[in-house]
Design a protein around this ligand. Structure first.
Ligand code: PGA
Length: 249
């Protein structure tokens, strides 16, 4: 069975104290043992919050790493830095970074390779804009994001990834892909992966849905055959909401 994952992405929200309280609230509540919870937290909180995590199934993730290993890149954070504070997960290729930092498929290829080389598990984000969805080219577009950034990897390396399908038109908009739309894309991505790596690898990889996941829609989304959990922005900032989402499998 594939790993079920509820991942939160705090983005540039919450003070350190608020983050600590949220983590505490999640830790102190009963969580299903077989659901892996990952929290993508702001860089200055990485070490402290990672050190506060005592459960195997609750982990901290960085929201980004730089595509160079080290050097004169003021304000940036390297993969080695993230690893050196004990963190084992990193979100790579979020659509906000693709848009505002102009991260290309080619650059993300480098970041994914660097992360894996350093023993970090990437949560690789992909997804189409509204224009692409309207044109009907979404499956081709998102499959191509995987091909260009990931398909250089060996199967054993690729298997360490978590994929997050996040249609841009559903992020932070309150508009969610319908369960059928999510399932259709997840199934298409899994078969694209099977075409390159074989069915065993494709069947083993967790594909999360992201884009306005809330307590009210998580169960139906996670109930789809090829949806293995969610990457959650806004609703991961409130302990009660995120707790309900963690219980939606
Ligand atoms: P949202 O964000 O849940 O607020 O739509 C999801 C994401 O950007 O990962």
């Amino acid at each position: 069975m594939r790993q079920q994952i509820a991942a939160g992405n705090w983005k540039m929200n919450l003070s350190f104290e608020e983050g600590q309280s949220l983590l505490k609230a999640l830790q102190s509540s009963e969580r299903p043992k077989d659901v892996l919870t990952i929290l993508g937290v702001p860089s200055p909180y990485l070490k402290a919050l990672h050190d506060d995590c005592s459960d195997d199934n609750l982990c901290i993730a960085a929201q980004n790493i730089h595509h160079e290993k080290k050097g004169a890149f003021t304000g940036e954070m390297s993969v080695g830095m993230v690893k050196s504070v004990g963190v084992n997960y990193v979100i790579i290729g979020h659509s906000e970074r693709r848009e505002y930092q102009k991260e290309s498929n080619e650059m993300l290829k480098t970041k994914v390779a660097l992360a894996l080389e350093h023993g970090l598990r990437p949560i690789f984000c992909c997804g189409e804009s509204l224009d692409i969805r309207k044109s009907g080219a979404q499956n081709q577009y998102v499959s191509n994001q995987l091909t260009e950034s990931l398909f250089h990897l060996e199967g054993t390396e690729f298997s360490k990834l978590i994929i997050a399908y996040e249609p841009i038109w559903a992020i932070g908009t309150g508009e969610t892909a319908s369960p059928e739309q999510a399932q259709e894309m997840h199934k298409a991505l899994r078969s694209h992966i099977a075409g390159h790596y074989g069915q065993v690898v494709a069947d083993g990889i967790s594909i999360l849905y992201g884009g306005s996941v809330k307590p009210g829609n998580a169960k139906e989304l996670f109930g789809q055959a090829d949806v293995d959990g969610g990457l959650v922005g806004g609703a991961s900032l409130k302990a009660d909401d995120f707790r309900q989402i963690i219980h939606s499998f």
